[in-house]
Design a protein around this ligand. Sequence first.
Ligand code: NDP
Length: 521
Amino acid sequence: MGTLDSFNPATGEMLGTVQTADPGDVQAAVDAVAAVQPFWGELTPADRGRYLRRAAEILAGDLEEVARLVTSEQGKPITEAHTMEVVPTIEALRWLADEGPEILAERQVKMGGLFLGKRAVHSFEPLGVIGVIAPWNYPWSIPFGEVAIALMAGNGVVLKPSELTPLIGDRIRQSFVKAGVPEGLVTVLQGAGDVGRALVESSVRKVFFTGSVATGYAVGAACAARMKGAVLELGGKDPAIVCADADIGNAVDGIAWAGFANSGQTCSGVERVYVVADVADRFLAGITAAAERLAVGDPQDWTTAIGPMVSGEQAAIVTDLVDDAIASGAERVCGGPVEVPGSPGSHIAPTVLRGVTHEMRIMREEIFGPVLPVVVVADEDEAVRLANDSEFGLGASVWTRDRAKGERMSRVLEAGMVWINDHAYSHAAIQCAWGGIKDSGLGRSHSEFGLLECAEVKTRTWNPARSRDFWWHPYDETLGRAVRASAGLLYGGDEPRVKVLRDGGGSLLRAGARTIRGGGR
Ligand code: NDP
């Protein structure tokens, strides 16, 4: 076992030290959770919901303390720590407690046709222990939501937070302990990628992984090799399309928020803007003014909009991509690296680029910084074509006053989520499914679909004790004729039905009698 120090990216101050797990100890940690989980899994969803409701009440009381911790350890402005991290998880707990029992309730299956008379239900059984592997960019809301959903479905959880945000990871566990969930039901294993890998390779029944595409592929392959499921929430390159009829003021404000919040370190942040030529000048003037208005500084200050980058390495990746675009002909309209007095952290002022082309790396690779490359297009069709020309497919937005047009575009945009006149907010609305297509991932978190990802769907059927199915032995000609007649009756048109009743009615009656009388034995 080793240790891991946590640092404040704004001040460089050391915030604390945690013990790291050894990859060789991960299986034992999973076994310990598995020993506690059955008790939890046997509670009714409504009872589990009571714990989550309690967790919500406690977290509402702890809101300020948790938000300060998120800002201290990850660097996002304190306003965003409230609006984008902690408050949505209180809402999530409430939603799970309110709606979870109904979503997880056993469902009657509608039987019919050949199976008329049978009874069947689908029930949703806990998987056992679920592994959650989290990134550093939303170190509270992403893993918290996944842990809460896994618990609601009756599972135990082992969480591996990012090594950049270990204290936040442990604080998630404490939230559930404070709410009284059984000791040991949620465990946090600290450490780097080797601990994450050991968790994937352990006996956890499913992995919720959020992180980069490259690691996501490795996690998905490792899960497949062990016949276990994985929900993969990976990178994004979200386009925003500003239509000729957009409300430009609103589009500017919304895209500035979605591109620059969390210093652009958001998987579903706007990373490409396609603006129709008719309104391009107005949009560019507006977005530049909006970018220049945002205060870069101390993230603990309520008026700060842009905090430090999570690390110097992250800032260097962003600067490299911007420099590459400029070297290839793009123009920086505003923004770039800045010094913040009293802060040794790496800061990048909101950056707008114009003259960008689709071949540039900045339009293909994830930026993960406060940078908006703007491309002027002839019309909305060109915008959609370029938007879809990407290996990513997480989110996309359309900015228009014409709802029908927005809906039409939303259907053809290749993304897991499309917002009209908004962007990305639904991560905070846990009732909405979250997830991408293409390289942006597999499966869904949040919503009823996320809850069902945490459950094994079991089919249970019932027959009266003395009933027999007509397809059981013995096989004979009567059975053959009856099957043909049934198919004609059930699936044929009017003419075949008449023929069936004329030619095969007798066989049907004999076969029917056999199911009641026990096959003539
Ligand atoms: P990484 O893929 O580097 O890491 C994610 C997590 O996986 C970390 O906890 C990391 O540990 C761990 N890890 C690293 N290697 C392995 C491995 N071989 N097996 C298992 N776990 C491993 O991503 P980042 O932390 O840099 O997160 C940023 C990425 O996450 C971006 O691409 C972003 O787009 C994406 N993301 C996607 C979201 C979505 O909803 N689709 C939401 C948020 C982010 P450690 O880093 O501690 O060593």
